[in-house]
Design a protein around this ligand. Structure first.
Ligand code: SAH
Ligand code: SF4
Ligand code: F3S
Length: 512
């Protein structure tokens, strides 16, 4: 167990004690934990969502099970994001609302984790009487000890210490039973882009050793039936620097794992896209044909003020090289509009970049001033109105590009893993995500057909700037197509009048 966290060091490991009338009781230290319910709200990036998954997995060991009903909860947790003001204020609003619930429900425990808790945890605990504890992202593996402390009657506390070990070493901890898993391979960020709070909330960059990640992935595939993994980090392609290892080498090893079908990774920084990584996109069979590569701005002077360490020309050259080795690769990006004193000409340069880059999708935000960061110290003369106007204009501009781009998808056929279903204007539709990270919706053959986690082939029949509609061509069930071929079995039949077989002829189908 981590030390120096102000956590009790006595006998605090969980163990199942006995079966009580309401299920098993877990004993930790001198306390007994009957089955309880935890409600959790997560803000922010995929790292935070993955952290929440890890927290919930730990809490299961202490007899806490997740509920979607806030009123049923014994423990309420927030996993917060500090990257922009909007996520911040939503969280503060929801935390304030819990005051009443805490009053009416004796024994309710409330904790706040994540990036806001890392920098503001002590003030939060002071300011909000009904908050029991706060903890930063680097101590999530001690969640059970923190919950224990609260149940043991300790006074309110905030823990934001950094893990001081030289190596980042963990094992993925999931219990969700789904075929998709996130794997943390690097934490923290050393880039210090002038607008960004992440280095202050997530600390210094540290990578897991390559062999540890490969063993972790292998176990997930063998013992938990994982078919698709997403490697995670704030700057994932800077992976391995301190151990003289690289993301490209890691991807190469993962590509060899039998039973693993698809590998994604996010998020990348353009400065760290190496030629070796570009080559991997051309050669690795299981690597997703998608790269999220945040550019932030199309103006070199803005990129300089942002301390991004690359130019527009360098960025476009990366795209050209990637598209050369993998013509089907889909590029998405992040844009910040209205960065400190952005001129109209600088803004126009970003629009020009959108034309040149032809992004499949873009997340765009108005610049939000964050405490601690370098750009917070710059005098900013841009008004909120101009920033808002530019964001709206840019978003419309990008949507028009996407609309045109996606028309070319009509008639194309894709293999994808089905992730869920929903109702679209009263019609039940299932949806999956292609290797190139596009969502395609399709109508089931029969109302009650269940395609959850099936591999299916679809043909795109219409596309808007944000989504694709398709028709189902073939349903492989939960077994990916190459396994049907490996065992020499006949492929499942085509659905309805889908035309000729597509699995060999279709270039957009991932060759698994
Ligand atoms: N590590 C990733 C992304 C980090 S945060 C990267 O380097 O690209 C996700 C996105 O939030 C960023 O890409 C950026 O577009 C946006 N962002 C970060 N700080 C911001 C700020 N202060 N104001 C507005 N957007 C911000
Ligand atoms: Fe923030 Fe820049 Fe690090 Fe991304 S690379 S997390 S934008 S400091
Ligand atoms: Fe937000 Fe922290 Fe992620 S600030 S974007 S939750 S690393």
């Amino acid at each position: 167990m981590a030390t120096g966290l102000g956590i009790r060091q006595s006998e605090v490991h969980e163990r199942v004690l006995a079966n009580g009338p309401n299920g098993s009781i877990v004993k930790m230290g001198e306390l007994e934990f009957p089955p309880r319910k935890v409600w959790m709200k997560t803000f922010g990036c995929q790292m935070n969502y993955h952290d929440s998954e890890r927290i919930l997995s730990h809490l299961k060991d202490l007899n806490f099970f997740q509920t979607d009903e806030l009123n049923e909860a014994d423990l309420v947790l927030f996993n917060t994001c500090a990257v922009r003001d909007l996520a911040n204020s939503k969280f503060y609003g929801q935390l304030a609302e819990l005051k009443q619930l805490k009053k009416s429900k004796g024994g309710l425990v409330i904790g706040v984790g994540g990036c806001v808790a890392q920098t503001e945890g002590k003030e939060l605990v002071k300011r909000y009487q009904h908050l029991d504890f706060a903890f930063g992202p680097d101590v999530i593996d001690c969640i059970n000890d923190m919950v224990y402390r609260t149940y043991a009657g300790d006074s309110k506390f905030a823990i934001n210490s950094w893990d001081r070990s030289d190596n980042f070493s963990i094992e993925t901890k999931i219990t969700h039973g789904l075929p998709q898993a996130f794997i943390n391979i690097i934490k923290g960020c050393d880039k210090y882009c002038s607008y960004c709070i992440v280095p202050y909330t997530r600390g210094k960059e540290k990578s897991r050793k390559l062999q540890e990640v490969v063993t972790d992935a292998r176990k997930l595939v063998e013992y938990q039936g994982i078919q698709e993994i997403t490697l995670l980090g704030q700057n994932v392609n800077s992976y391995g620097k301190e151990n003289k290892e690289t993301l490209a080498a890691l991807l190469g090893e993962l590509d060899q794992i039998r039973g693993l079908e698809l590998i994604r990774y996010t998020t990348s920084h353009p400065y760290d896209v190496s030629d070796e990584l570009i080559a991997a996109h051309g050669s690795l069979k299981k690597l997703s044909k998608h790269l999220h590569l945040p550019v932030q701005s199309g103006s070199n002077s803005v990129l300089e003020r942002m301390l991004r360490e690359y130019s527009v020309e360098h960025y476009l050259n990366l795209l050209a090289k990637l598209r050369k080795v993998q013509p089907e690769i889909v590029i998405t990006t992040d844009i910040i509009v209205g960065f400190v004193n952005e001129t109209e000409a600088e803004f126009q340069d970003t629009l020009k970049l959108l034309d040149m880059a032809q992004f499949d999708f873009s997340y765009s935000y108005v610049y939000s001033q964050r405490n601690h960061t370098r750009s917070a110290k710059m005098d900013d003369t841009l008004t909120a109105e101009i920033k808002g106007e530019r964001l709206r204009y840019l978003q419309k501009y990008q949507l028009d590009i996407q609309q045109k781009l996606r028309q070319s998808l009509i008639g194309q056929r894709f293999l994808m893993l089905v992730e869920g279903h929903g109702n679209m204007r009263g019609i039940k539709k299932w949806r999956g995500r292609t290797s190139c990270n596009r969502i395609v919706h399709f109508i089931p053959q029969t109302e009650d057909a269940d395609y959850q986690w099936h591999w299916v082939e679809v043909e795109v029949t219409s596309a808007t700037s944000l989504s694709c509609q398709g028709k189902l061509l073939r349903d492989y069930g939960k077994r990916p197509p190459h396994l049907w071929r490996t065992y020499g079995e006949q492929l499942p039949p085509l659905v309805g009048d889908s035309g000729p077989a597509v699995d060999q002829s279709c270039p957009t189908i991932t060759p698994l």
